[in-house]
Design a protein around this ligand. Structure first.
Ligand SMILES: [Zn+2]
Ligand SMILES: [Zn+2]
Length: 251
């Protein structure tokens, strides 16, 4: 069994928004960048010696525009089908996120006021609808899609059999990757407690490295310490009745 190589391709900035080609027996791509970056991603994949026509699957980790924005375009350019979780299907079909976003701290509150959160992307119908843990060996890669709900209901991560976890927005680095190596929340989580539970479940599987949508790779041990502190913080907020989920905010 050949090891799976995880490559980061920058879609925006140096690590502000990443997508991840996974090279096993055949290549797949995890996440599809912001709208209008399909050609850029196609060329970046090619620059790593991969024929884009060989890409077997595009996995979108969740229904936020910076992760599925160019899925339809990239699918046309490569001929690869798109996989997305059924719980974010409405977003993929609409090409936009249903508001409200639930901000995490100041950065999230600033983001929530920008037009970026109301941006739209080309809608698509996932060719592969994810409903649970899904092994990708049929697509040429020894890895599993793992449902990791919380950031959005349909968030997924991809865990290779070698231990690389491509984690989407399960965790990030501060200021969209500006600070390296340090774990932080991305600007939004629909359900912070559920997201943290998903993150801790993934850490319990013993990944060797976390590859995130925003920022440089993270060390699982460091993320574990951060997650334990975050759990205590959320438990305190919860006890004071200050923790709402997106569903509660919309009610
Ligand atoms: Zn997100
Ligand atoms: Zn994101």
């Amino acid at each position: 069994m050949s090891p799976t190589k995880v490559i980061a391709i920058p879609v925006l900035g140096r690590h502000a928004v990443n997508a991840y080609p996974l090279l096993g027996r055949q290549p797949i791509i995890v996440d599809a960048g912001t709208p209008g970056s399909g050609r850029l991603m196609h060329d970046q994949v090619a620059s790593h010696g991969v024929d884009p026509k060989d890409v077997r699957l595009i996995v979108v980790t969740h229904g936020h525009i910076d992760h599925f924005g160019s899925a339809a375009e990239l699918s046309r350019l490569t001929g690869a089908p798109i996989a997305g979780h059924i719980a974010d299907l409405g977003i993929y079909r609409a090409g936009r996120v249903s508001e409200p976003y639930l901000p995490n701290g100041l950065l999230g509150r600033l983001f929530a006021r920008t037009s970026m959160v109301r941006e739209t992307a080309e809608p698509f119908e996932p060719d592969v609808l994810i409903r649970g843990e899904t092994h990708l060996s049929d697509f040429g890669v020894e890895a599993r899609i793992m449902p990791t709900p919380g950031h959005t209901a349909g968030s997924v991560s991809v865990l290779t059999d070698d231990g690389d976890l491509v984690a989407g927005d399960l965790v990030a680095t501060p200021l969209m990757g500006f600070v390296k190596g340090r774990p932080a929340n991305p600007p939004f989580h629909d359900d912070r407690l559920a997201n943290l539970a998903s993150l801790r479940e993934m850490l319990a599987l013993g990944p060797t490295k976390l590859h995130v949508g925003h920022g440089t790779p993270l060390d699982p041990e460091r993320v574990g310490h951060w997650a334990a502190a975050e759990q205590r913080r959320l438990d305190r907020l919860m006890a004071r009745g200050h923790l709402r989920t997106k569903a509660e905010a919309a009610a």
